[in-house]
Design a protein around this ligand. Structure first.
Ligand code: NAD
Ligand code: AHE
Ligand code: ZN
Length: 369
């Protein structure tokens, strides 16, 4: 079938809007009509050429929501008409990872996903004779996309797809990093580096966890007002200080924070986020994604003296079993999503959505097909 899509032909170039060919679902696969998708910084990171797994040409996009159109042979858990959120972290429920009870990282489709292919090693996307790569197992920048059944969470039909698409990545990642990865306790002092969708979702999670102080840090002061609305209690622009930012935070907090979160993808800030943690117990969670070849560093003494460095992927959330509950909490008014949507636009304006993100003018732009 034909599908409206945006193709990433090469690193650093705008996406090309065109009509591509999408093959129907094979065994264990599902054809989904994406109704809305947003642009996450990770899409921009891969398009920039910094992603060691980045492949071109490809159909990017991983923060979307849609409706099942057709299921392949052997698919039993989904049917046409179901509302779904694509998952870049699948949940098969059967692999060593899923059975461990220790992680949300599932191994069922991850190897082929990283190669831009479906589990059988082929692509469902093409333009003429040119095959196109899938991206993060989702490719939500095509109106019609094909995913493995294990990469789809079935959610309530009552929820607006143009809002819950943000649960496909940003909102869930930030909240989950607080509640699952860090397990922030009531009364804790929390520092959040970077106030895009991920950082704001961390702030929301910290408020849900009843943190005592939530320190919001960004070099763009335009981000502070929304951070305040999400529950941040203090605001720090590193540009206002001559001291290193870790020293500024340590001075503000009588020796350091209980938890810090890096939501930027900057390895220097990752170090600062670790080093602003309190001696003996402070934990720093890396959420930001850094470019090929970049590495983190600190003095081992920082860890010897009790600080802990952790990372979090999709907030430690198991998508098929837990995302329906996130959707319910949104519908019950227990979880904010609408506030992240700073722009709504037709899918055709996708390159403008990337520009707004780069310019720091948007939190999330939702694209409507
Ligand atoms: P974003 O671009 O919307 O937000 C980043 C924020 O960081 C901006 O507000 C920017 O002003 C700020 N910033 C930049 N440099 C800074 C500095 N030196 N000090 C303080 N603030 C600084 O991005 P986003 O969509 O919120 O994504 C944030 C990061 O999280 C990206 O690296 C993205 O790839 C990553 N991410 C990871 C996961 C995961 O599962 N681990 C999921 C989603 C996104
Ligand atoms: N491809 C990159 C890694 C990118 C990365 O870390 N991705 C996050 C999700 S970012 C969503 O916006 C993730 O979940 N990682 C775990 C995984 O299995 O990919 C690289 O460095 O190779
Ligand atoms: Zn993302």
């Amino acid at each position: 079938m034909k599908s409206r899509a945006a193709i990433a032909w090469e690193a650093g170039q705008p996406l090309e809007l065109t009509e591509i060919d999408v093959e129907g679902p094979k065994a264990g696969e599902v054809l989904v009509r994406i109704v809305a998708t947003s642009v996450c910084h990770t899409d921009a990171y891969t398009l920039s050429g910094a992603d060691p797994e980045g492949l071109f040409p490809s159909v990017l996009g991983h923060e979307g929501a849609g409706v099942v159109e057709e299921v392949g042979e052997g698919v039993t858990g989904l049917a046409p008409g179901d509302h779904v959120i694509p998952l870049y972290t699948a949940e098969c429920g059967q692999c060593k990872f899923c059975l461990s009870g220790k992680t949300n990282l599932c191994s069922a489709v991850r190897a082929t996903q990283g190669k831009g292919l479906m589990p059988d090693g082929t692509s469902r996307f093409s333009l003429g004779s040119q095959p196109l790569h899938h991206y993060m197992g989702c490719s939500t920048f095509s109106e019609y996309t094909v995913l493995p059944e294990v990469s789809l969470a079935r959610v309530s039909k009552a929820a607006p797809l143009d809002k819950i698409c943000l649960l496909g990545c940003g909102v869930t990642t930030g909240i989950g990093a607080v509640l699952n990865t860090a397990r922030v306790e009531p009364g804790s002092t929390v520092a959040v580096f970077g106030l895009g969708a991920i950082g704001l979702a961390v702030i929301q999670g910290a408020q849900m966890a009843r943190a005592g102080r939530i320190i919001a840090i960004d070099v763009n002061p335009d981000k502070f007002e929304l951070a305040r609305q999400f529950g941040a209690t203090e605001f720090v622009n590193p540009k206002d200080y001559s001291d290193p930012i870790q020293q500024v935070i340590v001075d503000l907090t009588d020796g350091g924070v209980d938890y810090s979160f890096e939501c930027i993808g900057n390895v220097n800030v990752m170090r600062s986020a670790l080093e602003c943690c309190h001696k003996g117990w402070g934990e720093s969670i890396i959420i930001g994604v850094a470019g090929a070849g970049e590495e983190i560093a600190t003095r081992p003494f920082q860890l010897v003296t009790g600080r802990v460095w952790k990372g979090s992927a999709f907030g430690g959330v198991k998508g098929r079993s837990e995302l329906p509950g996130y959707v319910e909490r949104y519908m019950n008014g227990e979880l904010k999503i609408d506030e992240f949507v700073t722009h709504d636009m037709p899918f055709e304006q996708i390159n403008a959505a990337f520009e707004l993100l780069h310019e720091g003018k948007s939190i999330r732009s939702v694209l409507h097909y």
